[in-house]
Design a binder for this molecule. Structure first.
Ligand code: AHG
Ligand code: MN
Ligand code: MN
Length: 320
C-alpha cells in the first residue's frame, strides 16, 4: 500500500496528506542527489558557511533545506517552517491559509555525507495556534512535543525509507526505485521492550553525570546466564540511523550534556521531539534524563537538550 493510501485509510486530514506528498517529493529529490554523489552531483564537502549554531554547513545541508522549503511552500498546507539551517522561522506568505507548521532537520548526520554512510531528514508537524490567515508568531513554533500531530524521518541508506506517525502507531515505508513511490513495509512497528544495543559517543564518558556513568558501566558488566555479554555498542553518528536500528532491534540511544555541549548537542524541536514522538507511538520512551521530553515547554527555536530514547526496559534502567 502506498504511503498516501495508508494515510487516507487512517483518516488523515487533507492538509496532512498534502504535507506528506511534499515530504515524499523533496526526499526523492534529495535521495537522487545522494545516489549520484561524485557523479556530477556536487554534494560533497563544506558550503563555506555556518548555521546559527556555529556549525559548518555542508553542501547537502543547504541543498536538502532548499528542497524541503520549496515543497512545503508549494503544498499550500504549511504556513511556516523552522529549520536547523535557518536562523529564524520562515513564514510562507502565500500559504497563510495553511493550518500547519513544521520543524525540520533537513539533513541529519552531516559528518557522514562524505563517507557514504546513512543520513536522514527529521521532521515534526504541528497545527498552528494563531488563527489561520494571520501572521505566525513564536507560540506557533514553540509548542511542547506532546502537541505534535505527526512526525517522522527519512533514512537515506541502502534503501530509502520514511518512518512516520500521525499518532496512530509508527510505520515504515520503503521507496521503490522502480515505481518511485513509498510503500508500506511495516505497520505499527513496536520497539522491542528490551534490547542489546547501547548507542552513545563514549569519547564523552568523563563528562557523563554519575547516573549515566553507572549505566555505561552496567552495560559493560552485565552478562547473560551463559557468561557472554548482554550488550553491544553501536554508534553511527547519524541520529536517524542509530534510532532506526534500535527501533528494529531494540536498544537505547543517549546524547547527554557534555563539556563541549553543556545543554546537550541535539535540538529539541527538530531532533529530540520528533524522535520521541515516533518512539512513544511504537511503545518506546523519550526523555532528557529527568522528564518525558514531550512535556518540555520550548523557549527557543534552536534549543538543545540531553536526549535518551529507546526500548522501555533499557530506558528505565538508564534513567532509574
Ligand atoms: P546534524 O548533522 O543534523 O547536525 O546532526 C548530527 C547529530 C546526530 O545526528 C548525531 O547523532 C550526533 O550529532 C553525533 O554527534 P557526535 O559526533 O558528537 O557524536
Ligand atoms: Mn541532526
Ligand atoms: Mn542537520
Amino acid at each position: 500500500m502506498e504511503l498516501k493510501e495508508h494515510l487516507r485509510a487512517a483518516n488523515a486530514e487533507a492538509g496532512l496528506i498534502k504535507i506528506f506528498e511534499a515530504i515524499e517529493q523533496a526526499s526523492k529529490v534529495v535521495q537522487s542527489e545522494v545516489c549520484r554523489a561524485g557523479l556530477g552531483a556536487d554534494i560533497y564537502g563544506a558550503k563555506g558557511s555556518e548555521n546559527i549554531q556555529g556549525e559548518e554547513q555542508q553542501k547537502l545541508d543547504v541543498y536538502a533545506d532548499e528542497c524541503f522549503i520549496k515543497e512545503f511552500r508549494a503544498s499550500g498546507a504549511v504556513a511556516g517552517m523552522a529549520s536547523e539551517e535557518q536562523d529564524n522561522a520562515l513564514q510562507f506568505d502565500a500559504s497563510l491559509e495553511g493550518e500547519y507548521v513544521i520543524m525540520i532537520d533537513p539533513l541529519d548526520g552531516s559528518s557522514n555525507i562524505d563517507v557514504n554512510v546513512a543520513i536522514g531528514t527529521i521532521f515534526a508537524i504541528y497545527k498552528r495556534i494563531s488563527p489561520v490567515g494571520s501572521p505566525l508568531n513564536d507560540a506557533d513554533f514553540l509548542q511542547a512535543g506532546k502537541h505534535q500531530v505527526a512526525a517522522g524521518y527519512v533514512n537515506y541508506s541502502v534503501s530509502t525509507q520514511i518512518v512516520c506517525s500521525i499518532g496512530k502507531g509508527t510505520h515504515i515505508y520503503t521507496l521503490d526505485p522502480k515505481s518511485k513511490d513509498y510503500h508500506l513495509i511495516k505497520e505499527s512497528i513496536q520497539f522491542p521492550a528490551d534490547g542489546k544495543v547501547y548507542s552513545i559517543n563514549e569519547v564523552n564518558l568523563d563528562d557523563f553525570d554519575e547516573n549515566l556513568k553507572r549505566y555505561a558501566q552496567h552495560c559493560k558488566d552485565k552478562r547473560k546466564a551463559d557468561g557472554k555479554r548482554m550488550y553491544t555498542g553501536r554508534y553511527i553518528g547519524s541520529l536517524v540511523a542509530d534510532f532506526h536500528r534500535n527501533l528494529i532491534k531494540g536498544g537505547i540511544y543517549v546524547y547527554p550534556a557534555t563539556k563541549d555541549s553543556p545543554k546537550g548537542k541535539l535540538r529539541l524541536l527538530y531532533e529530540c521531539n520528533p524522535m520521541a514522538f515516533l518512539a512513544v507511538n511504537a511503545g518506546g520512551k523519550g526523555s532528557d534524563g529527568r522528564q518525558n521530553i514531550l512535556e518540555i515547554e520550548p523557549t527557543e527555536l534552536h534549543q538543545r537538550c540531553p536526549f535518551y530514547v529507546g526500548s522501555p526496559v533499557m530506558m528505565d534502567e538508564a534513567i532509574g
